[in-house]
Design a protein around this ligand. Structure first.
Ligand code: TYM
Length: 329
């Protein structure tokens, strides 16, 4: 059974891109894989400067992960800061990646540019080293993510291979897994930009907890083009292609098959909105139920952290031993 690991940051409310690009694949894969899924609060620290926010958003995100269908009896769901080995291996990873490699990460360039005159933490720069630790600690064979994480998985592979070359076989070199439809959901108002928690405006972002009427409205107002032809072509027709891909992802078809059913934009927008409402409504009900028992959510996260630690601590011990650090025992 392949081991799978993937994580999500507790920053902002989960959106349709997170769901179609990652969470859905986590849920469908949990029975065929040994699945580990982390809420990476230490990663969120790279852009957090207010006290008392992260704990609440971590609990809400846990409710979201169980609401979308992760089964705590099957998948291991844990909080990154509950498993101290992440920060410990993160340092080893920082010493295995180069300044030049980190400087080439597009996410760092984008995020630091967006923050402009704001505080840019060193953690934002070394972020990929901590992400590599998240993955390599669990001997993950596969990492199911959206397309925007490709460079992070590639650098993780490079780090693993470099470490194995220096200190002997220690880490599994993981593979990226992206979904057939939904790997890059774009903003409904700006269809060339990825749907993102850090977008300037909410109008093109569909949140998992949006009211059905708000979802329908956002789809109705989606930016398209003026040539009137329904065809899947990401470059020439980014708005229409995004709608086709979302509808395809929600109905289990390909975007091309989906395009064949439409000659006009209006019905496509309406059907995409309704398909999303159909998918999200039961998730919203379960979310509200789960948030009604926060003690139980905390208990589930404690169980997850125990299971995660048993794997992570063995990997960290193996890493230290392969480097040849003096044992404390
Ligand atoms: P994060 O929290 O930004 O996003 C969580 C997951 O959602 C996917 N995603 C998208 N997929 C399709 N279309 C979109 N518009 C879209 N936006 C986000 C992301 O690809 C991701 O899979 N660095 C990671 C968190 C992380 C991680 C890890 C992931 C930390 N350690 C280890 C995998 C393995 C991040 O910021 O994801």
């Amino acid at each position: 059974m392949p081991r799978v690991l993937s994580c999500i940051q507790p920053t902002g409310v989960v959106h349709l891109g997170n769901y179609l690009g990652a969470l859905r694949t986590w849920v469908s894969g949990q029975h065929e894989c040994d699945a580990f899924h982390g809420i990476v609060d230490l990663h969120a620290l790279t852009v957090t400067d207010r006290p008392g926010v992260l704990g609440t958003s971590t609990l809400e995100l846990a409710a979201t992960l169980f609401a979308v269908g992760l089964d705590p009896d099957v998948a291991t769901v844990f909080v990154q800061s509950h498993v101290p080995e992440h920060a410990q291996l993160g340092w080893v990873m920082e010493c295995t990646v180069s300044y030049g490699e980190l400087s080439r990460m597009t996410q760092f360039k984008d995020k630091s540019a967006k923050r402009e005159a704001d505080f840019i933490s060193a953690g934002l720069f070394t972020y990929p080293a901590l992400q590599a630790a998240d993955i390599l600690l669990y001997d993950a064979d596969e990492v199911p993510v959206g397309e925007d994480q490709r460079q992070h998985i590639e650098i993780t592979r490079d780090i693993a291979m470099r470490f194995n070359g220096r200190f002997g076989k220690t880490f599994v070199v993981p593979k990226i897994i992206t979904p057939r439809a939904g790997a890059k959901v774009t903003d409904l108002q700006e269809p060339t930009a990825k749907m993102s928690k850090s977008a300037a405006s909410d109008s093109g972002i569909v949140y998992l907890l949006d009211e059905p009427s708000a979802i329908i409205k956002k789809f109705k107002r989606a930016v398209t083009d003026s040539d009137g032809e329904v065809r899947f072509d990401r470059t020439e027709k980014p708005g229409i292609s995004n709608l086709l891909e979302i509808l395809a992802a929600c109905t289990g078809r390909t975007p091309e098959q989906t395009a064949a059913g439409y000659t006009q934009y209006g019905p496509l927008k309406a059907d995409a909105g309704e398909a999303v409402v159909d998918v999200l409504t039961p998730i919203q009900h379960r979310y509200r139920e789960l948030m009604g028992d926060q003690a139980e959510l905390s208990r589930l996260l404690r169980v997850g952290a125990d299971k995660a630690r048993s794997v992570a601590s063995a990997t960290l011990a193996r890493t230290y031993s392969n480097i040849g650090l003096l044992s404390a025992e």
